[in-house]
Structures are given as C-alpha cells and as structure tokens.
Write a protein that binds this ligand. Structure first.
Ligand code: ZN
Length: 1159
C-alpha cells in the first residue's frame, strides 16, 4: 500500500474522474472491512494527508464542486480523521480549514453534502487549536444557522451540526465566543424545545448532543455564570425529572447531571476554618503551622486564564508513575548510615533483655508466675481458632465460619442477625467462669488505678456513654422482675459504679481476649487533647465478629445520580431544607443545648472519635463534617461517632461532605460499620457492615486559599449512605472501619500477658518511648523460653534471628491493628506451630507506632501534623519519638550484627482490594523504569519474593499479584525503604490490607471482617515459619516437627485453594461500575472517544438515503437525481457472497445489492 496515495490524479478528464472514483471505492471497501487496524495502517502511511490533498484538489479545481467524488471523499476523511490523533494538525498543515468551512457554507441549502461537511468539521474540531481557528472564522455562526430554530426537518443534518458544535465548544475560546453571542441561552431553549416535542424519545441523540454543547460551554467560569443566570439549573433539573423513569434516557440524564453538578455554585465548607478543631503546642521551636501539602494534585484550574491545550495526554499517568521510580543505582544500593551519634545506640541495649538473660532471673520469674500459670491452662488458644480449618464453606451470599458443608443451614440473612443468645455464648461463658480469678484481677484494675502517674481528678470522671433511654426497653433489660420499678433515669451517666457493675455482671465475658474492666482501666490513663471523659460503648463492651461475612454491596442502578439530584434539589426547592447544626465540636454549647425534637443526637468526644459537625439538612438527612488531623487542615477520611434517638424503620441519609480522596472503595461495594448498643446488650456485641445506597462523588464544596491556609482551590467529595437502624431509640455507633483504639490495644496486651503460658512463652512488654501527647508506646519481645538451662539451649535462645513488626503508623488504618491482633494472639498461643515459630525467632513488635493519632481520631498524622511514615530518613527525636526510637532500636540490632531477617510494617489500603506486600528490589525498579541493567554489576538476592509467595499459598486474603517491589522516590522516607536501605534488610515490607474485600480466592466478593483480618495476622506468622524452614539452617528436631505440622497444613491449604480455582487471575483493576466515569465532574472523561458513534451516524445516514431512493415517492431535498445520488453512495458494507472487490462492471462502487434490485 505504501506510496499509493501520492497518485490521486487531478480530475481533468472524465477518465481521470473514473480513476479517482475507483480508488475511493476500493479504499472505502478496504477500510470498512475488519477492525480499525486497517485505518490505523492507512494513517501511518500518510493516508490522512493524501485524502486532505485530494479534497483540496476536488474542492478548488472544479467549480461547482463535483459531488460524486466529493462526498465519498468527505466520508473517508471523517472515518479516517476521527481515528487520527494528529488529524487537526494535518488539516492546519494542509491549510484545509478554510476550504472545509467554505465548502460547508456553499452547501447550506443542500442537506446531504452539508451533512458530510459537518462530519468532517466535527473531526477537525477535535483538535482544540484547529477548532479555535474554525471558531474564529465563523464556524459556530454557520452551525447555529443549521440548528435553529427548532425543526424536525433534516434531523440528520441538525444532528451532524450539533456534533460539530459540541466539538468546537471544547475550545475554551470558542466557548467564550458562544457565551458572548448569547448562544448559551439559545442552546437551553433549543434543548427545552426538543425535550418537550420528543415525546416518544426518537431524538435522544439530538437532546444529548445539545447537552454536550452545554457541558463544554460550562467548562469555563463565564459559561457557568451565564448558565446559572439563564435558569439553567432549573431547566435541566426539571427536564431530568421527566426522564428518570425511562432507562433509554440514561445518556441524557447522565450528561444533564454532570452539568448540574458542575454548575452548582461553589461553597466553602460550613465551618469557620478547615484547620483541625484540635491543636497541640509543639515542643521546641518546631513549626506549629502545618505544611501545605499538595494532596492528590486535584486543584481547581478554571477561570479565564485556562490554558488551551490539546488533550493528548493518555499516557501521562503511567509516565508519571514511572517517573517516580528511583533510577539512581547508588541511591538504591544499601548503605550503612547513621542519623545520630553512635554512642546513643547504647540506650537500646535495655530493650533487648533477651540477649542478657540469666538464670536467676528466669527462675525467679517462673516462681512468681506459677500461680498465674495454673489458671491459664484453660486459655482460649486451641489451634483451630487460629488456623481456620478447611471446613469454612463458601456460600453464594454469605459464608459461615467454622461450619462444615453438611451443617449448612438456610440462607443466613436477617434472621441470623438474631442468633439466640446461648448458641454462641456458651463456650466463652464457661471459659470466663473458669478464670474467675482473672476477673478479680481485672476488677481490681477497674477499681484501683492502672497508671503510674495519674491525675487524680480525672480518674473518676470517666464514664460510660449513657445507655438507650427508652424506658420500657431499659426496664425489660435490667429489671425484668420488678414490675413496679421506677424510672431508672437512663438518660444520665452511669455514675454509680453499681449500675456499671450490674451491667457487667449480666453480660460480661462474651468477647474473647477482651475485658471491659481492663479496657476501662486502660482508658482512664489515656491522654487526649480534648481530655476525653467518655467511653464509647463498643470499645468498652467489645466486639465479637458475626458468624458470617457479608458480600460486597451491589450497586443500585443510578444510585449516584439520584443522590446528586437530591443534592441539587436543595438549591431548586429550598423549602424543606432545615439547615440546623445539631452537633459542633467547635461550639460545645451546641451539644448541651436541648436538642430539637425529631432530631438525631450526635457525639464523638471519645477515643478515636471523629466527627466535627452535624447539620440536619432535611427531616431524615444529615450533612457530616469530619475533623482534620490535629495541627493540620486535611486528611479527612476516618470517622467514628455516636448517634442516638433514632426512629424505627426510617432510612436516614448521611453525607460526609469533606472527603478528599479522588475515588473510594465505597464506589465498589464497601460498606461502613455500625454497632448497636441494644443489639450488644441482647447478646450480639458486634460491629457489622451496614448502610445502603452508598456512593462517593465530587461535591460543590471547595476550600478557598484563605480558609485552606494556603491550599488553593481544593475540592471535596461526598460519601453518602443510608441506614435503617435496628431499634428505635437505640444508641448506635458508625465508623469508617472496625475501630481499634489505643486502650483496646493496651488492654489486649494485658490480657495476652495474663493468658500466655510463661513456661513456654517469653514475653516482655517495655515502653519504647513516650509519645508527644504523653502516652507510652509499647514495645514487645516475644520468643520461646529456652528449652533448658544448659548452655546450648541458652545459646540457641540468644541466637535466634529477629523479626521486627510494626503497625498503625497511620491511625485511620484500623485494619492494620486487627491484623496485628491476629499476629499477637497467634504468637502467644499454645498452637504447636506457634510453639515452633517462637523457637525459630525473636519477635520485636511495636503494635502501635502512632498512639496519639489513634487516640485523637486522626486519619494520617501524629500530633505534629506529620505523616510519620514519611519521617524514617531523618526522624526528629522530639517531634517523631516513636519513629526515632524504633529506628534507633533497629540501628542497635544492626550494630551488634543482629539486623532482622524480616521487617514488616502493617498498613491499610483504602483504594485497593486484597492483602498484599510492598517490598524493595533494585532490579525490578530499574527494569520497570526502563533502565539498562547490567546484571554482572548488580547482583540481587531474590529472597525478598519468598515470603509473599508463601503467603499467597497459605493466607486466603493474600494475593501475590497485588504485590509490588518497586522503590519509588516518593517513598524514600518510609519504613520499608529506609529499613531496606539503611539496615540492609532484604525482606523489608509494608503489608497493606484492604478495607473492602478480595478480588481473588476464598474471600472473593466478601467484605473482610475482623476475623479475616486477624486470620491474616496469624497466617503471616505461619508464613514466617515456612520462610525460616526454606531459607535458614534448622535443627533436625525442628525440621521433623515442622514436617509433621506443615504437611497437614499444606494439605489443608491445597484443598482450600483448589476450591477456588480462579485464584491466579491477574487483575488489578476495579470491576466495571455502572457510573464509574461519573463520580467526578471531569469533562475530559466522558467516553466520547468511542469511534463507533460517528461511524454509526454515517452508516445510518447512508441507509436512510438508500431507503429513500428506493421508494422515490418521498421528495428529498437533494439536488441531484436519485440515480446520481445513488452513484455517490459507494458502499461501506462488506460485499456479500463475494471476496472480490467491486471493480470492473461495478467500478463506480455501487452496492452490489443495488444492481440486482429494480430501479
Ligand atoms: Zn498506611
């Protein structure tokens, strides 16, 4: 084909003309067969240029232009041009814009050629510069002549004109011109006319085309203002109401909704300042003002000075990602640096008591703990609890835990929500009865003070949040026998410890590894910025995972547009908008004020609580604003608050209106979690996934420069959900994810320490350091006690390699804590695998790297307003003490030649599914960045891949395909990269756990609960043991034991894996979501790049003309005879029953079908 297009002869004779027609016919047939690949080939060989040249010749050399060649040529141009991304530039180069424009102008009265010109015009205008030029030369005026006034004559031409106009309006200067000439109002009127007259929805494409024009015009501020001034919001809103019931009209509704969202007048968030309600004075002369991080690069850039640039950026994102990769080999190579004086490392010796263990100490200890040991024999640590058996069964809707196939009951839907009390309580109840002594200890803790240095004034001020106030329910619950009992004054605080004791007598001990006594005792010692005095019920009472896991929520068709339209209704029909602030952290008086009747009450001043403000919008709808991280003005994501006084069976709508992330798993089936106090007191103390009609989209709130403290034009997003509460007048808690507070962790450690078998488990809890807020950050050491006191065993004890684990550096990632909980419980358990594992490693664990953040309800940062996982390169000992000392301890271990074999920092990932690891590899990073890698120079141990590969096999939630081992520049100060580089730890990881669900394996399509997260933590331990066996020398004894245990284990996991055979599918992308492209208002993504649209339009027009000519009764506007007209229509259909091309007798490219049909 090469060179073919240089030889379009100039049509001087009729013979030449036939040649041209033949060539066009061949081309048309060639290009209409098969896929777009042929067209792209033609483009790559200069096809667009040749066709443009031919057009110039045809249009200028003959007067009047010869339509028999011109029309097929224009069609070819439209088809080829729309697929040629450089077409606009080529048109300019060929100086063809004027020709096309004047050709259009000349044909104003001739609708068929005019339609053809308009198609080409539309394709030319897809390049913004070319479009602008066309606009300057009067293209829009021309198009307006075609589309106004409203008329159903020549709809094909009108359609083509609207398509061309929409393309032109992508140029902002054209949009300005259009607004200035009053076209916006005309477009609105035209849209109304079509909307009104198109009763049977035959002209949807025209209505949508007009909306697209409006959509592009309103990309500029002037457009939006004029739109508002022309009652555009009302017009579109009203018209959409008529369309909602008809599914065919979805494209119209979607575009109208986009315009409504975009034009909704921008507002500042209804808060005085976006800075956090909490501030914390920093030590020294550290900056009190937060740095204004640019988050997610999502800034407003509208206004008149917008750059007119080509949208030629489809590869930009991946390029940006690659650009972030570290390609400097020297920076990738491990280097032993020290960020502090070497003599400072000495202080960490005391944090490794296991290395200087002596016998007296051991002996003393075992005597001391003997009595305790006796009562811990019955501890809840059966192996089956930790390593879930293969009898877990997958059910299409719900999966029951610990239930065999034969036990599968009926569909566990609502009715299982009300499992009878005994069925799940029995076992644990006994357990608690057996350990009465332990309860005594805990009760003592409740009474006396747990903390060493305690403000005496505060300790007795702490109180549990008031219980539900519904009198009848309360009486039934607490005084079932005393009919005549007086009102228990349930609205007040549980001030008398008697009431609390009654409560505990009645219901304690239902939750494994949780004690309300321990919790309350620990919570008293917590130092929070606002001085919390309340205990949230769920944290106090505990959480017992429900016996089923819930599938991801199916997204209802059109849920987002319905919510958006409901938001727009506030503007159009403001009558039912209440707009009353019902909770305000910044104005405490608002909380004590008597609440309005028929209004929910909110509260969030408790550990990990986060809710800044609640505004009642309508009777059952509330806008919620989250608090920014302390000393910061951003990072809104985590929420956790109490709500009470609800009605039964009413869906309440909540809108969290200051979210910041660009997208959310809430758009892909994730639900939030809810805890009902009434449910808990009736024996179902649990966080459950809740909420329906959930979606996440960009809203009309923004943050201006002054309010944002320098952050310019930041957008916000809304998370909206509806909830029907299970009881009336209940007290419920709603949270972003299963809460796990600092006090929960501290009391959990207390219980673990009590519960371990001290003969077998070596356990030390020390304080790594005090946090900025004055809370101790615990450091744990866990390993097996030495086998005996003989020298060899002690030697083995001391020489075990280290595993260093950390979690919860990001406070909003509570899932990380649940995984850590699983790890810890497994490590101290009596499971034989745990026993073996303890003999293989010494575990150093910092279970919560950011206690202050967790306590104060932050999402990302510490009290200094810093992301602690970006401080590992040079942590400040005052501002980032936990990081400074965790790193110090690692330095110390390295300095004595004991750098850990594995380092892992547990996190949560809010955008992705599955559990996976991030690791570090020089080679993979360089390869990904496209660098030449001299493998002779760079050698790399691929051992970093072993652990994730093992986890992929043993942990059902873990997916190897989601892992990545690239080192990004933007991550150079994270724990993972610094520990890898500075400590030389090959296996240095970040473990990310989804908040949502898995895309693969056993848990595919199910939302992860705390049980699955905890299981991940225990499976991680199993993975470590297998790693040890695979990569380190082991004693025969260990090997034999392991062989025995793991054979069994492997068999189990094999079976589990086989059940879900699709587990190896690779797919990082989200499943298609009905409104995926629409959660944002970004106009550059609207799926219009679909070439089939214009192709189809051309095709429809062709068959229409063919149909017309076949029954010549209908008068057409054509100037040429029907026969001539038919000659113009070179087939774009594949030739039926023939593989030869229609040359020879059909040289004029007549459609085969015509020949045989009578004329
Ligand atoms: Zn994180």
């Amino acid at each position: 084909m090469n060179g073919q297009y240089h030889v379009f002869p100039s049509p001087q004779s009729s013979c030449d003309k036939d040649v041209i027609l033949n060539i066009l016919s061949v081309l048309t047939d060639l290009l209409s067969l098969g896929t777009g690949r042929r067209i792209h080939y033609v483009i790559s060989k200069g096809g667009s240029e040749a066709l443009l040249q031919a057009l110039l010749t045809a249009a200028t050399r003959t007067e009047p232009p010869d339509h028999s060649t011109l029309l097929p040529l224009l069609r070819l141009l439209a088809r080829v041009g729309q697929r040629d991304r450089k077409f606009g530039l080529k048109v300019q180069k060929a100086e063809a814009t004027d020709i096309i424009l004047s050709l259009t102008r000349k044909n104003l009265g001739h609708h068929l050629p005019l339609t053809h010109c308009l198609w080409v015009l539309r394709v030319c205008a897809s390049n913004v510069t070319t479009g602008t030029m066309l606009g300057i030369n009067g293209a829009m005026e021309l198009l307006f002549k075609v589309i106004t006034p409203y008329s159903k004559r020549h709809v094909r031409t009108v359609r083509a004109a609207i398509g061309a106009l929409a393309a032109l309006l992508k140029s902002k200067s054209n949009s300005r011109r259009a607004v200035n000439r009053g076209y916006l109002g005309e477009l609105l009127r035209l849209y109304q006319d079509w909307h009104r007259n198109d009763v049977s929805n035959n002209y949807i494409y025209i209505r949508r085309g007009l909306l697209l024009c409006l959509k592009y015009i309103t990309n500029i501020q002037l457009g939006r203002e004029t739109f508002l001034g022309s009652q555009g919001m009302e017009i579109l809103f009203t018209s959409v109401q008529d369309c909602l019931s008809c599914k065919n009209l979805d494209p119209v509704i979607a575009t109208a909704t986009q315009i409504l969202r975009k034009c909704y007048p921008k507002e500042n968030l209804p808060v005085m300042t976006v800075r956090s309600s909490y501030s914390f004075p920093l030590p020294g002369n550290a900056k009190a003002e937060p740095s204004c991080e640019e988050s997610e690069g999502d800034h407003e850039s509208d206004g008149e000075e917008e750059a007119e640039k080509d949208l030629d950026n489809e590869d930009e994102q991946s390029k940006e990602e690659d650009y972030d990769l570290e390609t400097d080999v020297n920076k990738l190579k491990s280097r032993a640096v020290l960020d502090r004086p070497e003599e400072e490392l000495g202080q960490y010796e005391s944090m490794c008591p296991e290395l200087s263990l002596n016998f007296q100490e051991l002996e003393l200890e075992s005597k001391e703990e003997k009595s305790l040991e006796d009562r811990t024999e019955s501890l809840p640590s059966t192996p089956s609890h930790f390593i879930p058996s293969a009898t877990s069964v997958k059910h299409p809707n719900c999966r029951w835990r610990n239930q065999s196939v034969t036990e599968m009951g009926p569909d566990p839907g609502e009715q299982d929500f009300k499992v009878p009390l005994q069925s799940w309580r029995k076992k644990e109840e006994c357990r608690w009865d057996q350990s009465n002594e332990k309860r005594d200890i805990a009760e003592a803790a409740w009474d006396t003070n747990f903390c060493e240095e305690e403000d005496p004034a505060r300790s007795f001020l702490f109180a549990l949040r008031p219980l539900p106030k519904d009198g009848a329910w309360y009486k039934k619950m607490f005084c079932p026998h005393c009919e005549a009992s007086t009102s228990p004054c349930p609205g007040g605080r549980l001030e008398s410890s008697d009431t609390a004791r009654n409560l505990l007598e009645k219901h304690q001990g239902v939750v494994l590894f949780h004690s309300p006594y321990f919790y309350a005792a620990r919570a008293q010692c917590v130092k929070s910025i606002s001085g919390y005095r309340d205990l949230a019920f769920p944290d106090f009472w505990g959480h017992q995972p429900p016996p089923y896991s819930k599938p991801t929520l199916e997204r209802k068709h059109g849920v987002q547009r319905d919510k958006v339209l409901d938001d727009v209704r506030r503007l159009i029909q403001p009558d039912d908008v209440i707009g009353r602030t019902v909770y305000d952290l910044d104005e405490p008086s608002s909380c004590s004020r008597p609440a309005a009747p028929d209004c929910l009450k909110f509260f969030s001043k408790f550990e990990s609580g986060n809710l800044r403000k609640a505004i009642q919008v309508r009777e059952f709808e509330y806008d919620l604003i989250m608090n920014a991280d302390v000393n910061s003005n951003q990072h809104h994501q985590w929420f956790y608050f109490e709500v009470r006084d609800m009605k039964l069976a009413v869906p309440y709508r909540f809108n969290v209106i200051n979210c910041e992330k660009f997208n959310s798993q809430f758009n892909y089936g994730m639900q939030l979690v809810m805890y009902s106090v009434k449910e808990a007191l009736q024996g179902r103390p649990r966080w459950i996934r809740a909420g329906h009609d959930i979606c996440y989209y960009k809203n009309h709130y923004h943050c201006n420069a002054t309010a944002g403290g320098g952050m310019r034009g930041k957008f916000y997003y809304t998370l909206t959900f509806s909830i029907k509460f299970p009881h009336k007048d209940d007290v419920c808690y709603l949270a972003y994810h299963y809460p796990y507070t600092y006090s929960t962790m501290m009391s959990h450690l207390d219980i673990l320490e009590q519960n371990r078998n001290p003969k077998k488990v070596y356990w030390r809890q020390q304080t790594l350091c005090q946090t900025l807020g004055g809370n101790p950050c615990p450091l744990l050491t866990v390993t097996a006690m030495p086998e005996s006191k003989n020298r060899d065993d002690l030697q083995q004890f001391c020489n075990r390699p280290y595993v260093f684990l950390t979690a919860r550096v990001h406070p909003g990632e509570s899932n990380a804590s649940w995984v850590m909980k699983g790890t810890l419980e497994f490590l101290v358990s009596s499971d034989p695998i745990a026993d073996l594992l303890r003999k293989c490693f010494i575990f150093k664990i910092v279970p919560m790297l950011n206690p202050d953040g967790v306590i104060n309800g932050n999402h990302r940062c510490s009290l200094s307003g810093d992301d602690l996982n970006r401080q590992w390169l040079t942590p400040d000992f005052q501002l980032h003490p936990t990081i400074y000392h965790a790193k110090g301890l690692l330095y110390y271990l390295r300095s004595i030649g004991r750098a850990p074999l594995v380092f892992c920092d547990y996190h949560g990932h809010s955008q992705k599914k599955n559990v996976f690891l991030y690791g570090c590899s020089i080679k993979e990073t360089l390869w990904q960045a496209g660098c030449m890698v001299d493998t002779a120079v760079i050698t790399e141990d691929v051992g970093y891949r072993t652990l994730p590969k093992i986890l992929d096999k043993v942990a059902p939630a873990f997916v190897m395909n989601s892992c990545s081992f690239l080192v990004e520049k933007s991550r150079e100060s994270t724990a993972r990269v610094v520990v890898w580089k500075e400590m030389g730890v090959l296996r240095s990881y970040t473990m990310e756990s989804t908040y949502c669900s898995c895309s693969h394996g056993l848990y595919k399509g199910l939302q992860l609960g705390t049980q699955e997260l905890e299981e991940m933590g225990s499976k991680f331990c199993l993975g470590l043991l297998i790693l040890h066996l695979k990569s380190l020398p082991c004693s025969k004894e260990v090997m034999a034991q392991a062989a025995l245990l793991l054979d069994l284990e492997e068999e189990i996991t094999d079976r589990a894996q086989r059940r879900c055979s699709n587990s190896s599918l690779e797919s990082d992308d989200e499943p298609p979501c009905a409104e995926e492209i629409d959660y944002n208002t970004d106009s550059s993504v609207d799926g219009e790049e679909d070439f089939s649209e214009l192709d189809q339009e051309i095709q429809e027009c062709l068959s229409w003309v063919e149909g017309k000519t076949e029954d010549e009764g209908v008068t057409t506007e054509q100037t040429c005879s029907s026969r001539a007209l038919r000659r113009l229509y070179i087939s774009s259909q594949p030739v039926p029953n023939s593989t030869t091309l229609p040359l020879g007798s059909t040289a004029l490219g007549l459609y085969n079908g015509f020949e045989s049909s009578p004329v």
